[in-house]
Design a protein around this ligand. Sequence first.
Ligand code: SF4
Ligand code: SF4
Length: 110
Amino acid sequence: MNKFGYSLSPASVINLDNADKIKFKELIDLEPDVLKCMACGSCVSSCSAVNFTNSSLRSAILSLQNGLPEKAYEYLKGCMLCGKCTMICPRGINTRRLIISIFQTYNFKK
Ligand code: SF4
Ligand code: SF4
């Protein structure tokens, strides 16, 4: 096979029928604003931790919506709870409080 200098990413199919949504529903009960997220990424571009960690609230929320809490933890474990993203979110989500609620709901360790 010819080498083109790049490789294809492995397929990453998410079967939403098999995803465990119970915890996400618990999170919605605790923090209904999670449904307001439009995945714009403003929180990531303003994040104080993004330059030295894998922090991304945007990706964490998408992972939780897809029933992938382990991935979400990877995106949130570097968060310093500084609250900068709360000031920038165009949907007015209290993102700092949302992150705390995610840790609470999913029993993530800080
Ligand atoms: S800034 Fe707000 S709306 Fe945009 S991705 Fe982050 S949490 Fe979602
Ligand atoms: S609260 Fe967390 S996710 Fe938000 S800007 Fe600060 S370090 Fe980044």
